[in-house]
Design a protein around this ligand. Structure first.
Ligand SMILES: Nc1nc2c(ncn2[C@@H]2O[C@H](COP(=O)(O)OP(=O)(O)O)[C@@H](O)[C@H]2O)c(=O)[nH]1
Ligand SMILES: [Mg+2]
Length: 210
């Protein structure tokens, strides 16, 4: 009885602190699709928002026709942090919506594990640019349809076809205002990205060859 290895005897009096893995996730999608809302719903730190007053100089460029009450715009990004598990912390970077900030995307994408593309079924075409961007750069992403009230519910297959998504790209419905819903989206992206990042095992290759 005394021959077996005893875990409790060899483990120290305290468990060593877990050093969490930190991963960077981008949050993209068209203007007003819910990026700032999503980051704010889950972030444990007060989300950093780089809202800038629309300036006189920016007036000819920022088309605020129809949204005259909008006097600020997210210039660079939304930033937040969420501990998904004890050993897994995500840093969230919302990408800027305006076309003239596209040059920032390459900076933001540096070192990103994956991305969430938020979509609104009332204007799916607003998500095309983000999907194209991540496809072209081989950055793993999942599409999350933000279910606004009043927007028709389409079957996932219909949305998938409309967005011309590759079959392995996860597509899910979410509510960007709800912490649990957003957490599910983020967990899906991480899982998807890690699956793609894991080299196939010998067994996988053998079965693929047959
Ligand atoms: N009803 C509803 N409103 C939402 C939802 N997500 C975002 N909004 C609202 O839509 C507007 C635009 O969202 P915002 O997060 O600023 O979009 P962003 O431009 O992508 O950052 C805001 O007024 C939000 O409160 C949602 O899931 N349901
Ligand atoms: Mg925003």
């Amino acid at each position: 009885m005394a021959f077996g290895r005893s875990k409790t005897a060899t483990a120290g009096p305290r468990r060593p602190p877990v050093e969490p893995v930190t991963l960077k996730i981008l949050v993209a999608g068209g203007f007003g699709v819910g990026k700032t809302t999503l980051v704010g719903a889950v972030s444990e730190i007060r989300p950093l928002r780089t809202e800038e007053t629309l300036s006189e100089a920016g007036r000819p460029v920022d088309d605020i026709t129809g949204v005259e009450a909008k006097t600020t715009t997210t210039v660079a990004m939304d930033f937040g942090r969420i501990t998904l598990r004890e050993d897994l912390v995500l840093y969230l970077f919302g990408t800027p919506g305006q076309d003239r900030f596209w040059f920032l995307w390459d900076e933001l994408a540096q070192g990103a594990l994956g991305a969430v593309v938020l979509a609104d079924t009332r204007r799916l075409e607003d998500s095309f640019a983000a999907i194209d961007y991540f496809e072209r750069r081989g950055i793993p992403f999942a599409v999350a349809v933000n279910c606004f009230e009043g927007s028709a519910r389409y079957p996932a297959g219909t949305v998938r076809t409309a967005l011309d998504l590759d079959p392995e790209v996860p597509l899910l419905l979410c509510d960007a205002r709800l912490r649990d819903s957003v957490k599910e989206v983020l967990a899906t992206v991480v899982e998807h990205a890690l699956t793609l990042a894991t080299p196939p095992t010998t067994a996988d290759r053998a079965s693929a060859a047959t």
